[in-house]
Design a protein around this ligand. Sequence first.
Ligand code: ATP
Ligand code: MG
Ligand code: ZN
Ligand code: ZN
Length: 318
Amino acid sequence: MDLARTAPPPETCSTCGGDGAVFRVHDGRAVAEPCAHTRGCPSCGGSGRVFVTDERGYSVVRGCACGADPRRLALLTGLRLPLKFVGRTLDGYRPYRSEQARALARARRFVDEFVPQAAGTRALLLCGPPGTGKTHLLAAMLRELALRKGVRGRYEEFFLLLSDIRDGFSRGLSSREWLEPLRQVEVLAIDEIGKGGKNREFEQGVLDEIISVRYNAGRPTLLATNYPRPGAPWSFGAEGETRETLEQRVGQRIYSRLHELCDLVDVLGPDHRQDQHQKRELLDDQEAAHVATDRSAVEATPFHDSASSPGRPRSPRG
Ligand SMILES: Nc1ncnc2c1ncn2[C@@H]1O[C@H](COP(=O)(O)OP(=O)(O)OP(=O)(O)O)[C@@H](O)[C@H]1O
Ligand SMILES: [Mg+2]
Ligand SMILES: [Zn+2]
Ligand SMILES: [Zn+2]
C-alpha cells in the first residue's frame, strides 16, 4: 500500500489551506516551512518522509502527501520568490483580455512540456505594461514546475541581480563565478529586464552573458519586461525617463538575440494593482462598518493562492 496517500484530508488546516507549507521571512527571503499541523501527521509524524513499498517490493523513502517533505520545501525556498508571490498559481490568474488568455495558455504549455534534464526548451519573454500579471505568471510557472516536476528554479529581479553582481565583482569574483549558479539552475526567471540604472553597457552585457550561457547549457530562461517590442500597443518609460521600446532599451544586438532565443508574449490587460486597490478600499469601507479586524489572524503566509480559493482565510499581503 502506498503510505503517502494516507495523510489526513488536506482541507482540514486553515493555516496552510491543506498544502502543508507556510512561508516565513528569514533574512529578507521567503523560506518554506512545514505547517504546524503536519506535526500530527499519522503517516510521517511530522518528518515529511514515509516508507513505501515500490513495484518491485522494495521499501523506499518518499515525500509524505501532507506536504512536509523536506525536499519539496527546499525546492520552494530555493525559488527565492518575493513573499507576495509565493502563493500565486496559474489557476489563480484571470485572463481579462485575449492577450492574457494567450499568455496564460503559453505559460501552461511551458510547464506541461518542460522535461527535466532535457535540453532545448525555448525561453519566454513576457512583455506588458505594469500590473498585468507578468510576475504572477513567472512565480506560478516556477512554483508549478517545482511541485509537479521537482524542477529546481530560481526567481531574480534584474535590478537586484545587477547589484549582487556588482557586489561580487567588488569582492573579486570573476564573471564566470557569478554566472555559474545562474547557469546551473534548471529554470531561471529574470523579472523586469531593461530596468536598470545609468550604466547601460554593463547592464546589457550582464543580460547578454546570462542569456547566452543559459542557451549554451540548453536551459530555458523566463523573462519579463515593461518595455514593449517595436510596434506594440503600449509605451513605457520609468519615472523621469523617456519612453523607449525594448529594442532601444537593451540595444539592437541584444534585442535581436532575445528575439532569436525567446518566444515573445504580450501580456496586455487592465492594471490589476489599481483594480485591486480600488476593490480593497471599497471592501475596507464596508468591513470597517461591520467588523473589527482580527489581529490574531495567521501570521505566516499560506502557500495557496487565496485569491483563487475564496473559502480560505485572507493572508497579509504586500
Ligand atoms: N490577470 C490576473 N489575475 C489574477 N491576479 C492578477 C492578474 N494580474 C495581476 N494580478 C495580481 O495583481 C498584482 C500585480 O500583478 P503583477 O505584479 O504580477 O504585475 P506585473 O505585470 O508584474 O506588473 P509590473 O510590470 O509592474 O511588474 C499581483 O498581486 C498579481 O497576483
Ligand atoms: Mg512585475
Ligand atoms: Zn496546515
Ligand atoms: Zn506527513
